[in-house]
Design a protein around this ligand. Sequence first.
Ligand SMILES: [Fe+2]
Length: 291
Amino acid sequence: MVNIEPTGEACGAIVTGIDISENLTDELMYQLTTALYDHRCIIIKNQDISKDAYYKFAKHWGNLILHVLDYLRMPDYPEMMAIGNTEEKDKDDAIRNGAAVWHTDGSYIEDPTTVTMLYAKKIPKTGGETLIADMVQAYEGLDPSLKSKVDALTAKHYYGRAQFDKDEHEPVPIRTEKQANTNDICEKPLVFKHPVSGHKSLYAVAHSPFQINGFTEKETQVLLAELKSHATQSRFVYSHLYEVDDILIFDTLSTMHRAKEQMNVAKNPGADNARLLWRLSTKGIPFIYRK
Ligand SMILES: [Fe+2]
């Protein structure tokens, strides 16, 4: 029987007692999605399942997304990405450490990512945490005058980093010219209302936004820096230290996330520092809410 317990930290809940490779009932999906929307992220423990079973499970959460970086796609499962430090592609610092910075998956596409899941297949002996910032709490914790100000604002986003964000090392992901040309600029509100839960949250205030509409470049930089430092305070952040066979799922619309630290290349897949996460992301709402 499913058991759902809050982590006791800023956000997140731990899910035990289920095997997601078994038939997933609507009732269980309601329990899991409710837990996700209540806690911003859930960690389903002890899932020793096949790639195929993981893929089928993820399809319940929305329409699977093909990532713009096609070299991350897996043969046979193109929407699945191998995130880590064990493969040939991971020798490139920008690929291996592209997520070691606060960001929101898919904030740069018109139909944004709604759920991201990371399935831990290899974990390092120490470290390797993923940090999740609760953007609902961050929004609610804004000073009232700032809250009403950001409520009315929209920002332009583009894949890649906000060039002015100098407070941390941000490797720039490598794009082909074709990928660059297929990623248009898109606009998003700074405050997003979740399509299922109705929660209002700060949305994607780091990495992809580069222009707040109606603001000068300097005004944009000042406000985004203020919102990012507010939203990523430790009181809003859950740090997940993986065990093998954890599946971390986060509500992408209501969170920002990052790898806590940069990784070195693993000498071989069995090395002490080897890390491998299988990532899947979805757009749209879970299918049980479309009925
Ligand atoms: Fe990410």
